[in-house]
Ligand binder design. Structure first.
Ligand code: PMP
Length: 443
């Protein structure tokens, strides 16, 4: 039964392009409209309940029912007044928390979205180096920004959306993730023009794709040799992968700049750019690189992010949620081995994804963190290594099976093949069983 969602979608189509405010939400034939959240579930406008493995596309590490202390912090802040256009103690405290835990971050500027963070990080890198080119991963995603919405290979790139001048793409070079030699070649030809390499530590929007051993170390070394900056986009992985140190802590590689979003705002709109003091201080007003925003450091967001992270630190949330992630990946690996051995389970910590790779995407290179994250994984060599491997996945089959088949069983997954699924502290062992049963049935 979904008459209410259907009617809402009809109304939405008249007033919003595609009926939605973010394109991924436009699920065929129509999305369900959410009435409310409940722990690890969402309930739609027709009263249907879904086990939620989307979790707002990542921000909801604690699920939909925030702990009492997080709720009170949010309510206290909202009741005091929505915002001020003047600083509050909360933004200092959240910045202090992040700098205490994330190895490469000494200072940060808060903004309102991951997109804003990557836009400002690229501007800062260009200003700090006096160079214009940036290197991004093929198939990578860094938000709705002109410089990174590109298609193509190497420096033969074009904008991937109408409305973006060709000249933006001229400054963007794409490289295949995990291909150290390709990156080396790009630096040998263009090193002195490259302001920055911008990459997710593991591709979360295309895959998931794990870094092979030594890949980020090579990027680090190339950036150091050629005077370019290494930017880790930790909008997804920040405070989800690698615990409070984020993915960079788990990898043991320090980027020059880090972009954050999602979890650091506790479920409210957020972004941040962090790094060494001498770099971040180049933002206005201490420096000259223009950066500003009416809502930046919004007090409710800051309160939500701060109390969420404090709670996570106090309650060993990562231990619990990452163990559930491991259970899901292992269980799913068994289901897949039984029902669809040509597909692949990937992920780490509280992220997972079943990729419909048709041909197993095998090659010489080795994945360091497959579905089981150890050398015993029987499907180790099948993990995709770059955006092209993932691009060969059977997206039509994913759409046919997983939106209708999983939704019919009351499971909410990201509606396309490429985006990660997320677990939260609200998920339980029983939810894992429900989820695995649903996959088994669907496959
Ligand atoms: N970078 C990455 C790695 C992302 O996954 C996203 C969004 N999913 C963004 C940037 C953009 O963030 P936002 O949607 O908050 O603008």
């Amino acid at each position: 039964m979904d008459e209410n969602s259907r009617a809402l979608y009809d109304r939405a189509l008249s007033v919003a392009p595609g009926g939605v405010n973010s394109s991924v939400r436009a699920i065929h034939p129509y999305p369900f409209f959410v009435e409310r959240g409940d722990g690890a579930h969402v309930i739609d406008a027709d009263g249907n309940r879904y086990l939620d493995c989307v979790m707002g596309y990542g921000p909801l590490l604690l699920g939909h029912d925030l702990p009492e202390r997080v709720q009170s912090a949010i309510q206290r802040e909202a009741a005091a007044g929505p915002m001020y256009g003047a600083p509050t103690e909360r933004e200092v405290e959240l910045a202090e928390f992040v700098t205490r835990h994330v190895p490469s971050v000494e200072m940060l500027r808060f903004v309102n979205s991951g997109t804003e963070a990557t836009v400002s990080a690229v501007r800062l890198a260009r200003a700090a180096t006096g160079r214009e080119k940036i290197v991004v991963m093929q198939g990578g995603y860094h938000g709705a920004q002109e410089s990174t919405l590109v298609a193509g290979e190497g420096h033969h790139t074009t904008p991937s959306s109408p409305g973006i001048p060709e000249s933006f793409a001229e400054h963007t070079i794409t490289v295949p993730f995990n291909d150290a030699e390709y990156a080396r070649g790009v630096f040998e030809n263009h090193g002195s023009e490259i302001a920055a390499v911008l990459t997710e530590p593991m591709l979360g929007n295309t895959g998931i794709v794990h870094p092979v051993d030594g890949y980020h170390e090579t990027l680090r070394e190339l950036c150091d040799t050629y005077g370019s900056l290494l930017i880790f986009d930790e909008v997804i992985t920040g405070f989800r992968v690698g615990g409070l140190q984020c993915a960079q802590g788990a990898l043991g590689v320090d980027p020059d700049l880090t972009t954050f979003g999602k979890i650091v705002g506790g479920g409210f709109p957020v972004g941040a750019i962090g790094g060494r003091t001498e770099l971040i201080e180049q933002f206005t007003p201490s420096g000259e690189v223009f950066q500003s925003g009416t809502f930046s450091g919004h007090p409710v967001t800051m309160a939500a992010g701060l109390e969420t992270l404090r709670y996570v630190a106090d309650e060993d949330v990562y231990e619990q949620v990452n163990a559930l992630g491991q259970e899901v990946r292992e269980g799913l690996t068994d289901v897949v081995a039984d029902r669809a051995p040509e597909y692949t389970v990937v992920g780490r910590d509280s992220m997972f994804k079943l990729i419909f790779t048709r041909d197993g995407a095998t090659d010489e290179r080795h994945c360091t963190a497959g579905c089981r994250q150890d050398e015993d994984c029987s499907r180790f060599e099948h993990c995709p290594k770059d955006g092209a491997d993932v691009g060969r996945a059977d997206t039509e089959r994913w759409e046919r099976l997983f939106w209708p088949a999983m939704k019919a069983q009351g499971v909410f997954l990201t509606p396309n093949q490429f985006e990660s699924q997320f677990l939260s502290a609200a998920h339980t062992e029983a939810d894992v069983e429900t989820l695995l049963d649903a996959y088994r049935e669907a496959l």
